[in-house]
Write a protein that binds this ligand. Structure first.
Ligand SMILES: Nc1ncnc2c1ncn2[C@@H]1O[C@H](COP(=O)(O)OP(=O)(O)O)[C@@H](O)[C@H]1O
Ligand SMILES: [Mg+2]
Length: 227
């Protein structure tokens, strides 16, 4: 079996730019001539629409993808409540099953050169009674890209996340500094602190923009190496 080609995009927290950077990576690989698909295995905070439950992350990832596939493959678990996914699942009487996510991923990997998987919340977000986002990343076995939402407090979150990624035996393929707080003081010193300590390539510094456009953001990103 061919090695699945893709990356797992995690972040220092929820709302730090995982969706934006995942979409930008899809655009960057498209620009490099690859066929691409985004995946959001678990989404909480979805709306009921005529074609089923849809979450804005899934819509954004599908728009940035170059191949059309059934939305259930892209997003096998969709919950309406914007709450911790294992709680949302429990409320709906569903158990999140990593093997089901793995089989959706394989379907996507059969349809495109590269699959970009957006994680859920932070890296250790619980998914069911026993497993969390770290288990999901390990199950998929993809190199990980860490999105650091650059704001006060991000240094420890970034370093903790990098340590846990590596403790799973996974490769940290690169990190992105996303300027979600344009007022952050001593930005350069914080950037330098992470450059010195993360031990993986800085794929790009994404500036704060009122309405960030993933295809523009793609132009300031280096592509991570796929293993
Ligand atoms: N560089 C940036 N400049 C301005 N707004 C940003 C930037 N990155 C992300 N955002 C905004 O922050 C919010 C959270 O980003 P998103 O990519 O959805 O994060 P996550 O997927 O980690 O929850 C979105 O409204 C997004 O447009
Ligand atoms: Mg998101």
């Amino acid at each position: 079996m061919a090695m699945p080609r893709g990356v797992f995009v995690t972040g220092t927290d929820t709302d730090v730019g995982k969706t934006l950077i995942s979409c930008a990576l899809l655009h960057a690989w498209r620009a490099a001539g690859k066929t691409v698909l985004g995946m959001k295995p678990v989404a909480a905070g979805c709306e009921r629409q005529s074609n089923g439950m849809v979450c804005s992350d899934v819509t954004a990832l599908c728009r940035a993808s170059s191949v059309q596939v059934p939305v259930e493959w892209v997003n096998p678990y969709a919950f309406m409540l914007p709450i911790a996914p294992h709680v949302a699942a429990e409320e709906t009487g569903i158990t999140i099953d990593l093997e089901c996510i793995q089989s959706s991923f394989r379907r996507l990997a059969d349809c495109a050169d590269v699959v970009v998987v957006e994680g859920v919340g932070g890296f250790k977000t619980p998914l069911n009674l026993r497993q969390d986002g770290a288990d999901l990343a390990r199950e998929l076995g993809l190199p990980v890209v860490l999105v650091v939402g650059m704001r006060l407090g991000c240094l420890s979150h970034a370093l903790l996340t990098a340590e846990v990624i590596r403790s799973q035996g996974l490769t940290l393929a690169g990190w992105v500094a996303n300027r979600i707080d344009p007022e952050m003081s001593y930005f350069e010193a914080n950037l330098e602190a992470l450059r010195q300590r993360l031990g993986t390539p800085l794929l790009g510094v994404v500036e704060f923009e009122v309405a960030p456009d993933p295809s523009r953001v793609a132009q300031c990103l280096l592509l991570p190496r796929l293993i």
